[in-house]
Design a protein around this ligand. Sequence first.
Ligand code: NAD
Length: 512
Amino acid sequence: MNAPVKIASAAAEAADVLKRLGVPESLWTGGNRPVRSPVSGEVMAHVHDTPVAEVDAAIQRAHAAFLKWRNVPAPRRGELVRLFGEELRAAKADLAKVVTLEAGKIVSEALGEVQEMIDICDYAVGLSRQLFGLTLATERPDHRMMETWHPLGVVGIISAFNFPVAVWSWNSALALVCGDPCVWKPSEKTPLTALATQALFERALAKFGDAPEGLSAVIIGGRDVGEALVDHPKVPLVSATGSTAMGRAVGPRLAQRFARALLELGGNNAAIIAPTADLDLALRGVAFAAMGTAGQRCTTLRRLFVHESKYDGFVAALKAAYASVPVGDPREAGTLVGPLIDAASFEAMQKALADARAAGGKVHGGERVDAGEDAFYVRPALVEMDAQTDVVKRETFAPILYVMKYRDLEEAIALQNDVPQGLSSSIFTNDMREAELFISARGSDCGIANVNIGPSGAEIGGAFGGEKETGGGREAGSDSWKAYMRRATNTLNYGKTLPLAQGVSFEIKPAP
Ligand code: NAD
């Protein structure tokens, strides 16, 4: 173990902040499910799992709300989201504190996560006046053809522990302006952030005045509660964020009942350091993407391909950054790497490092930092590999960066794409041909392909998501809103004849 770090208690702080945020004490005390802070390892609260029968009741209430909410003009629906954004602004520091205590994020990243919620609210308010369809050319005279977009129904949201509030807001802000109520099952590891968010949403509802009851609900529990949401016939869309294993279970269940699935699953993100790269910029980009959030972002940089001409110098600088990065209490100014979420995460990391060693990898770092028995802090690990072996191809949700050497860019791109996941990727280069190749059809096969910035830390304005085992879903910006609405194609005849498409003739004889 590394030198010990001292961690102050998290439990008392959690109680204070939850009270300030107005979360009723009955929701986080006396329940069956203990909530542990990864910061100190202490139990901070006991929440109540939602009985499966109550999941049905919450969905029925949301469906009843849908029948009313769909009639509210979209800009008025946007007003609710605007009010919610105001509540988030006012409570930003407190909500971020819950994110830190429950997910272990350093203060700046926790504040960033709440800022992302505010940003998507602003975006959705604008969107509420821009839910437009097209007018299309029709082949028939005196006809008009157009698309209209309508609210879809109740949206089920299943979220992962590592973005305990932002992922819900990417979905819910859009869904609400699109006319859809939301039922949210947060990760069982982070229910307090969900309860705090719901309390803030209820403040916005009170100011809004006449929203139907049941527009937003939180259901708490593990897989069984998630499945009750996934299988419910009154939920036409489930947006599920988490591991590929979860997506493999959820996707077919939704397909079985022809419901829409928006899947945001695991990533195994890569960066290429080309010969012309600005190495100082690349070092900073790689350090944040690989070590930030203690390696627990879906977009965390996990594989690095460095051109052989730059390998020794760049990897030496990277090793120095790894050796000096401050690991410790995420509440302390100066800490850059906080804790892993739990013991299972620590064990998965150690298993991957053992597998990498067995495959010939040279491991630097990765040791546990002593912060008490129940808190799991580690030094981020840099692993030099001769080849992209099986362990490199799987996502281990911890701060491990596998580094490999390459000679030819096309070969590096092929290696980058030769994994089951397809979320995020980057190239660091000042060669315009290399940059263009990387983002071309022959380049990265990921949903996100960046040049001269790392693969993690996306803005809400773009569509977010990835290909292959990442699930194919897109949420947040661009035209992602279309997933939350149903499209109708309308053809209107304002003439006095009935020409059929494709020149088909079907003349019935008038009755004698
Ligand atoms: P997880 O798969 O263990 O859990 C995610 C959520 O799914 C939880 O709420 C869990 O209760 C629920 N769940 C699990 N099995 C289920 C089932 N069969 N039916 C219904 N619900 C079920 O993931 P995690 O450990 O919380 O998060 C880490 C994973 O999430 C990583 O793989 C990471 O890459 C991924 N992730 C992806 C994105 C993205 O946008 N692509 C974003 C964040 C996290």
